[in-house]
Design a protein around this ligand. Structure first.
Ligand SMILES: [Zn+2]
Length: 182
């Protein structure tokens, strides 16, 4: 009796019976390569998207709702100091702070953006490199971020980003400050 043939069009090889598939070993391997190639391509596309988002944030270009969020610059308040930090997972990072730490604002960001914020508010440094004394400008900035990304404490650390506008709070902040000066 003739053993079963591969179901692949125009293939006349024996079925690789130990695979429990109606195809030969060559076509089974071809299928595996195709699946792996597809997964690699998707992975590469994801990495590229992530790199693009980081570059956008670091050069001040607005993110689109499709851009993946690489991490968050977060603002927490403990007593009368504000800490500005960076974390990929803010909810997890919050566990490192005492219970009286209040998460007051977040923005999509990177380590580089965090450093930029530290420099920007450098004149109000309270201690260390990341603890600041609240001032009008910092309060205003936190207000802007809350307008933009919502109150992070009320969201139980599940962060969403606005889908109806680009992620660029700087533009809003500039406008607010200009309005106040008028
Ligand atoms: Zn075959």
């Amino acid at each position: 009796m003739r053993s079963p043939r591969c179901a692949w069009p125009d293939c006349d090889r024996n079925v690789a019976w130990w695979l429990d598939l109606p195809i030969c070993i060559y076509h089974a391997e071809a299928a595996v390569r195709a699946v792996e190639g597809h997964a690699e391509q998707q992975q590469a596309a994801k990495v590229e998207q992530a790199e693009t988002a980081v570059e956008k944030i670091e050069t001040g270009v607005a993110l689109t709702p499709e851009d993946p969020i690489p991490g968050w610059v977060y603002y927490i308040r403990i007593g009368d100091t504000v800490k500005i930090g960076y974390a990929r997972n803010v909810a997890q990072r919050m566990r490192a702070y005492p219970p009286n730490a209040q998460l007051v604002a977040v923005e999509p960001g990177t380590k580089v953006l965090e450093r930029k914020r530290h420099q920007h508010f450098g004149a109000h440094l309270a201690h260390g490199r990341e603890w600041f004394t609240p001032c009008d400008e910092l309060d205003d900035w936190i207000g802007t971020l809350r307008d933009f990304y919502g109150d992070p404490s009320g969201k139980a650390y599940v962060f969403t980003t606005p889908t109806d506008r680009p992620h660029r709070p700087e533009a809003v902040a500039t406008k607010r400050i200009a309005n106040r000066r008028r």
